[in-house]
Design a protein around this ligand. Structure first.
Ligand SMILES: [Zn+2]
Length: 293
């Protein structure tokens, strides 16, 4: 479990969300055995999901973030539910690309692709889910989300996401900061924010030195007199179970399932978020279909 901290400035015109997501991103990496750049890319998206989950109000609700760029990463997905559980998927976890020339920085933008789409889906658990779209700015993920929030809500937003990967491929540090102006904000708030962010280092390097997000807020945003308004739990955990996979088998349709059974003698389905394998014998598949009728 990691903690997401929520703050408001004294005037209650700015909302701050901050998380040290190292443990969560490391769990994600171990599930998908991601390459260095894939760890950074999917780690940033998973951190963004963790920052956005606090607005989920009902048990069946989920927020799903999807990025489809024209880079070698392919599709990236991160999802958060009511409990604060995050699960993520990347189409090409093993592919890697060289770092940005002359810099030790991982080329997340090149890996994701500079062109493509970002989709935010709010699934309330009933009715049609709501989708919001934006075109990617550069595939670096933080800038892409800042644009998404600005174009969707016309409110100034700061998004900082970072993942550092160690020489042994484990996650050295990871974190995110998300600041949203509330409808009653004024120009003074934005000026203060601009000057505070001038000295704000890359969040991943910051969490190498200082692991506690509260200390980071107190140090860099002191002049806002921030007050803590909530702490939410976050972890990397898949919500799949046999029952959900049974529904998936039904959705395949009996023609296709019959074909699989003829070829394989059983149905095997791997969850793409956690790689867990579910196996159904011919008898079990029959029972699933009998129960639907
Ligand atoms: Zn799963």
């Amino acid at each position: 479990m990691v903690q997401l901290y929520r703050y408001l400035n004294e005037k209650e015109t700015l909302s701050f969300f901050i998380i040290n997501s190292k443990e969560l991103v490391e769990d994600m990496r171990q599930v998908h055995e991601t390459s260095t750049t894939a760890t950074a890319a999917l780690g940033r998206l998973s951190t963004m999901a963790s920052l956005m989950g606090s607005e989920i109000k009902n048990e069946k609700e989920r927020i799903i973030l999807k990025i489809q760029g024209d880079g070698p990463a392919g599709l990236l997905v991160s999802e958060i539910n009511y409990k604060g559980d995050i699960r993520s998927y990347i189409q090409n976890p093993k592919i890697d690309i060289p770092s940005v020339e002359g810099k030790p920085k991982l080329d997340v933008g090149g890996f994701v692709g500079h062109n493509g789409n970002l989709v935010v889906t709010r699934d309330l658990g009933f009715g049609q889910p709501y989708n919001g779209y934006t075109e990617l700015v550069n595939g670096e993920i933080a800038e892409d989300f800042a644009k998404y929030f600005y174009s969707s809500y016309q409110m100034p937003t700061v998004v900082s996401l970072g993942v550092l990967v160690d020489v042994d491929y484990s996650v050295k540090s990871a974190g995110g900061l998300f600041i949203q102006a509330l409808p009653n904000y004024d120009d003074e708030d934005l000026d203060m924010l601009e000057s505070a962010l001038k000295d704000f280092p890359a969040i991943s390097s910051l969490f190498v030195e200082e692991e506690n997000p509260q200390a980071v807020i107190e140090k860099y945003f002191k002049e806002f007199n921030p007050k803590l308004v909530g702490v939410d739990e976050r972890r990397y955990k898949c919500s799949c179970n046999r029952e959900k996979i049974e529904k998936l088998i039904i959705s395949l349709g009996d023609e296709e399932v019959k074909e699989i059974l003829e070829e394989e003698g059983k149905v095997e389905i791997k969850c793409s978020y956690c790689n867990k394998m579910y196996e159904f014998s011919e008898d079990e598949v029959k029972e699933i279909y009998d129960n639907v009728k």
